[in-house]
Design a protein around this ligand. Structure first.
Ligand SMILES: *Cc1c(COP(=O)(O)O)cnc(C)c1O
Length: 392
């Protein structure tokens, strides 16, 4: 008999046991957690739009017009005009010929990679790519080749070895746990040279980087990426995922992506939220600018205090603690001091790199962030995480 209790004990013994923790309010710069108002410093809602009145109004209007459920999968009875409107808006936003929408970002990667590739393909994956990309490769039976994180020399060596195959290179645009940006310009150049297709996962880039907020390709000013994938669930503050690219490719994936074909389509309300969020992101460049400026400032302040902070130019600011239990303890004490920052542990991140993944939102003011720095300093000093006597 499979020993579930024993397996659970193993997980606990490794310090890897995870528990659900419930917020009692909407996801904003501050949230109610265990009856107290705390500052949220770990949301993926980078623009602070989850509680935005314009998005709520759009959702309510869509419900009034089209109801609550979509009633079918996209290729049967579940395609509503509002889905077409969103796909047109996404293609315009990403400056591609076409786009298609899935129910989650996870399903987007699964369906796209498994729909496009099979055992005759080789997929080249950055070591730190999101789990959903790896799962897509596994599902497709394609050969999976992992290259060193953001290392184009390693990628080129590996591409040369599999020349002549059907090859796909997949990378996160902004890496979710490290917050750095993939060298997409160089990757696309390599792909052209070696005849490979490219796919970028813009889950953390959509709405955050690039002149109009459209993501990593725009950030580098390039247009040769074959598949631009992203989520509607992070900066866009709703749920769902998308891919954007050439019309023919999108048409093909509509025939092949099973997570698109065999699942009830997004509800009208969340579809409307995505359309409205894209509009807001295109119109309002100032909040994106403020967010990135604040992130730079915050990163600098943490470094000055002696924290081990990874480099980056995004609102994702990983503070490396190392030991999993220490990271969890730090997180708990921070919650008592009014900051909500869950610890990230293996298997989500490599062993001995447990961390607090701090993320900022456009709705945090500089004053909020100054208070956060003071609290981080106080708790970390008390715990001996900083100020060990040999800094500087
Ligand atoms: C969050 C995330 C996904 C999954 O998106 P969901 O909409 O949450 O399912 C995919 N890729 C990356 C890099 C992500 O961070």
């Amino acid at each position: 008999m499979f020993d579930i209790e024993g397996k659970l004990s193993d997980i606990r013994a490794k310090g890897a046991y995870r528990e659900l923790r419930y917020l009692e309010s909407a996801q904003g710069a501050y949230v109610t957690f265990e009856g107290r108002r705390v500052m949220l410093l770990s949301s993926n809602s980078y623009l602070g739009l989850c509680d935005d009145q314009r998005l709520k109004d759009a959702a309510i209007a869509a419900i009034e017009k089209y109801g609550v459920g979509s009633g079918g999968s996209r290729l049967t009875t579940g395609s509503n005009l509002i889905h077409r409107d969103l796909e047109i808006a996404l293609a315009e936003f990403k400056r591609t010929e076409s786009s298609m929408v899935f129910n989650t970002g996870y399903m987007t990667n699964l369906g796209t990679i498994a729909g496009l590739t099979d055992e005759n393909w080789t997929v080249f994956c950055d070591r730190l790519n999101h789990a959903s990309i790896v799962d897509g490769c596994r599902l497709s039976k394609a050969r999976l080749i992992v290259y060193k994180h953001c290392d184009v020399d390693d990628l080129e060596k590996k591409l040369a070895r599999y020349k002549g195959n059907n090859n796909l290179i997949v990378t996160d645009g902004v890496f979710s746990m490290d917050g750095d940006i993939a060298p997409l310009d160089k990757i696309v150049r390599l792909a052209k040279k070696h005849g490979a297709l490219t796919m970028v996962d813009d889950a953390h880039a959509t709405g955050v980087i690039g002149e109009s907020g459209s993501g990593t390709a725009e950030y580098f000013g390039i247009d040769g990426v074959d598949i631009q994938m992203g989520t509607l669930s992070k900066a866009l503050a709703g749920e769902g995922g998308y891919i954007a690219g050439k019309a023919e490719l999108i048409d093909y994936l509509r025939q092949k992506a099973k997570s698109f074909i065999y699942s009830t389509s997004l509800s009208p309300a969340v579809t409307a939220v995505a359309i409205e969020a894209i509009k807001i992101i295109k119109d309002d460049r100032s909040s994106r600018g403020r967010l990135l400026e604040n992130a730079n400032w915050f990163r600098g302040q943490l470094r000055e205090l002696g924290f081990d902070v990874l480099n980056g130019a995004t609102p994702i600011i990983p503070v490396i603690i190392g030991d999993a239990d220490l990271a969890v303890d730090f997180s708990k004490k921070l919650a008592e001091a009014g900051l909500y920052i869950p610890a990230i542990r293996p298997p989500t991140v490599p062993r001995n790199t447990s961390r607090l993944r701090i993320t900022l939102m456009a709705t945090h003011t500089r004053e909020d962030l100054s208070c956060a720095i003071e609290a981080l300093k106080g708790v970390a000093t008390e715990m001996g995480i900083i100020g060990g006597g040999y800094n500087g």
